[in-house]
Design a protein around this ligand. Structure first.
Ligand code: CA
Length: 227
């Protein structure tokens, strides 16, 4: 009897050990797959269309950053207020990075109006776009309120961007001159298959946390080293 019990115990032990091993291997495999796919995601290069988009910095800078942003999105404002000035100072003004913007319309219908006004300013004066970029983020209203009306935007331009003809922008908004082009920008964002703005791409590689200066800085330095 005692021996039989002992051998049953042994059997149990063996089966138990095998089970633990199988489980451990499985967990290891899942972790491996997870870190593997995470690395893969970080290395994936998305095709980015820079042509005809607003940018600052040296056109042939070794690193290109594309921001996909919505003027009504609070996190985009946060990016503009806290991360953008540091990137500009450390990398754009030093000739290492050219910084581009593509408008997206994810928050509300007036996201499109704000995008169209930006496009209208850009068409009149490409560098004045960046004054618009600063002014509209500074004056951003509540995301649940329709504040980016043509009247608000034209007034914003009149007060902040004197080198642009605000009446012409007003006309462009009424005629929806740049609606198609602005919607096309949003399609470029949708085509990435990524959900969430601001979406920051460094040489086409996605930054997981757009509000992390250190993550963006590390990605830029990696690209600079690869040159
Ligand atoms: Ca555009």
């Amino acid at each position: 009897m005692a021996n039989k019990k002992k051998s049953r115990d042994m059997q149990g032990l063996v089966v138990g050990t095998i089970l633990v091993l199988v489980l451990a291997l499985g967990v290891y495999g899942v972790i491996n797959q997870f870190t593997g796919s995470k690395q893969e995601a970080a290395d994936k290069v998305y095709p980015i269309d820079y042509k005809g988009q607003p940018f600052i910095g040296k056109e042939n800078a070794p690193v290109k950053i594309m921001e996909f942003g919505d003027f009504k999105c609070p996190v985009c404002k946060q990016f503009h207020d806290t991360i953008f000035p540091r990137l500009k100072k450390d990398f754009v003004d030093t000739g290492k990075v050219s910084f581009y913007f593509t408008n997206t319309q994810v928050i509300g219908p007036d996201s499109l109006t704000a995008g169209e006004a930006g496009e209208a300013v850009f068409k009149q004066n490409p560098q004045a776009f960046w004054k618009y970029y600063d002014a509209i983020y500074k004056q951003q209203g509540n995301e649940n309120v329709k504040w980016a009306t043509p009247a608000f935007l034209v007034d914003l331009i009149k007060k902040n961007i004197t080198e642009v003809d605000a009446n012409k922008v007003s006309e462009d908004l009424t005629k929806k001159t740049f609606e198609k082009e602005t919607l096309a920008d949003n399609t470029k964002y949708n085509n990435t298959g990524i959900n969430g703005v601001p979406l920051i791409m460094v040489n086409g590689k996605q930054i997981q946390n757009g509000l992390s200066y250190s993550e963006i800085k590390a990605a830029i330095e990696k690209e600079l080293q690869a040159k």
